[in-house]
Ligand binder design. Structure first.
Ligand code: GDP
Length: 194
């Protein structure tokens, strides 16, 4: 089945975004870091499944080992279903993502967000970065350009509207994301004709 996957650190607003995209309510509660099987939902009117993968990265009270396992599960899921996945939506927190990336880079660690972005590319899965919580960001263009640089995309960010989608899921402003995803879905359909 044609599939769009959502991935992102915990607390970036994935559940809020799922709710906006599907019109359903999902419990955001539960224990953080407890591995869920990927959840599948239909995204009407486009016919594909939207898969919500478990949140990765730091979570209060979740041991390192558990967090690594979640990351590994996500990587395996992407590898296994790469052929069916039309778009990978990497959700990030627009207010903190650049700082988080830089903090990891400073310690010579590969930041998860950057790693997964490139991993999607390697698997041939078009990646869209949903830059959420833009309501909290004052220096919008600078932040988005900085994020582009960290991801190896040449600024200005406006050149990358198929890849960089600034949104505020909480207020339902997600048009840049649905537009970006649609572009890739239509590209995929066109590819099927040849
Ligand atoms: P998840 O862990 O990625 O599923 O994140 P949630 O959807 O549970 O959201 C985590 C927190 O971020 C909640 O307090 C949300 O209300 C908040 N949040 C989600 N989207 C936005 C947004 O667009 N702007 C702001 N300011 N907060 C948001």
């Amino acid at each position: 089945d044609a599939e769009v996957v959502l991935l992102g650190r915990s607390n970036v607003g994935k559940s809020t975004l799922m709710r906006e995209l599907t019109g359903h309510t999902f419990s955001t509660g539960g224990k953080p870091g407890v591995t869920r099987a990927p959840n599948h939902y239909d995204w009407a009117p486009e016919s594909f499944v939207l898969t919500d993968l478990p949140g990765f990265g730091f979570m209060e009270g979740v041991p390192e080992e558990r967090r690594e396992q979640i990351k590994t599960d996500i990587v395996h899921y992407l590898e296994e279903y790469a052929d069916d996945i039309l778009v990978g939506v990497l959700v990030v927190d627009g207010k903190s993502v650049v700082d988080i990336i830089d903090r990891h880079s400073a310690r010579d660690e590969l930041p998860h967000d950057v790693e997964l972005f490139h991993f999607l590319e390697e698997l041939g899965i078009p990646a869209v970065v949903a830059v959420n919580k833009m309501d909290k960001v004052d220096d919008r263009d600078e932040r988005l350009n900085a994020l582009c640089e960290r991801l190896g995309l040449l600024p200005p960010w406006q050149q990358w509207q198929d890849t960089i989608a600034p949104i505020t899921a909480k207020r339902g402003s997600i048009d840049p994301l649905t537009e970006a995803v649609r572009t890739h879905l239509h590209d995929a359909k066109r590819d099927d004709l040849f």
